[in-house]
Design a protein around this ligand. Sequence first.
Ligand SMILES: NC(=O)c1ccc[n+]([C@@H]2O[C@H](COP(=O)([O-])OP(=O)(O)OC[C@H]3O[C@@H](n4cnc5c(N)ncnc54)[C@H](OP(=O)(O)O)[C@@H]3O)[C@@H](O)[C@H]2O)c1
Length: 239
Amino acid sequence: MIASSWAGGWPTVKGEHLPYVIVFVTMSADGKIASVAKDSRLSCPSDKRRLHELRASCDAVVVGAATVASDNPLLTVRLVEGVNPVRVVLDGRLSINPSSRVVTDRSAKTVIAACYDACDEGKVTALRSAGCDVRLFKCVDGYLPLKEVLTYLRDAYRVKKVLVEGGGETIWRFFKEGLVNEFRVTISPFIIGGRASVTPVGGEGFRKLGEWVRLRLIHVIACECGDEVHLIYKVVGRR
Ligand SMILES: NC(=O)c1ccc[n+]([C@@H]2O[C@H](COP(=O)([O-])OP(=O)(O)OC[C@H]3O[C@@H](n4cnc5c(N)ncnc54)[C@H](OP(=O)(O)O)[C@@H]3O)[C@@H](O)[C@H]2O)c1
């Protein structure tokens, strides 16, 4: 089982722990999480259940605006018993479609994190009226300050454990800011190909060996389906 302590220590803000951040992705055997057509249906039923179990054990689940636009996910716990986590959409430009299921579905709270300067006040009001907590942050180069987002979730919703489900751009921002504690990946028996397909960690990438994030493999699960493997890594620092 997973060790509960992390040798590297948790990132802190003002001396207090930030929430523990787990990334979970399902990727093809050639390392893609979605095709160029944004098809990401890679999970077997057991992998979906694993994801829902993890959601049920987390206080918040985070996705990027592009994942909401392409998958229209509900982000609730459905395949196992459990309480729905707070849904969090990172949406710098507040481009979310108000008819997205995370907006219209009331079975869980939805927080939408967006940048002050990029926001249409009318849309903020409409989304708030629909029940969403639209939280505006001061962004740099259009990027949300993720430490502040995590601090807000901790203070406003008592969030201690966060599940980041993707996509690749969102996961990159969490790694870039040094906020990931655990990386979980299911390797699914498909080859997708395509240099423009989505990979687990996008962005501009870390350039040099000294910048790469070092992981320690702590658990290997052979999936019941017989064709998949699920790997659990702890982040232990830089290479
Ligand atoms: N297989 C899997 O496990 C899995 C899981 C999840 C998603 N996916 C797939 O991944 C694909 C989407 O991935 P993606 O990499 O294209 O996009 P993404 O990470 O879902 O969303 C990226 C967008 O989210 C907003 N965003 C994210 N982090 C931000 C930050 N720190 N500050 C400001 N805005 C931020 C930005 O929107 P703005 O540019 O509008 O500001 C950004 O362009 C979809 O096809 C989905 O199906 C696969």
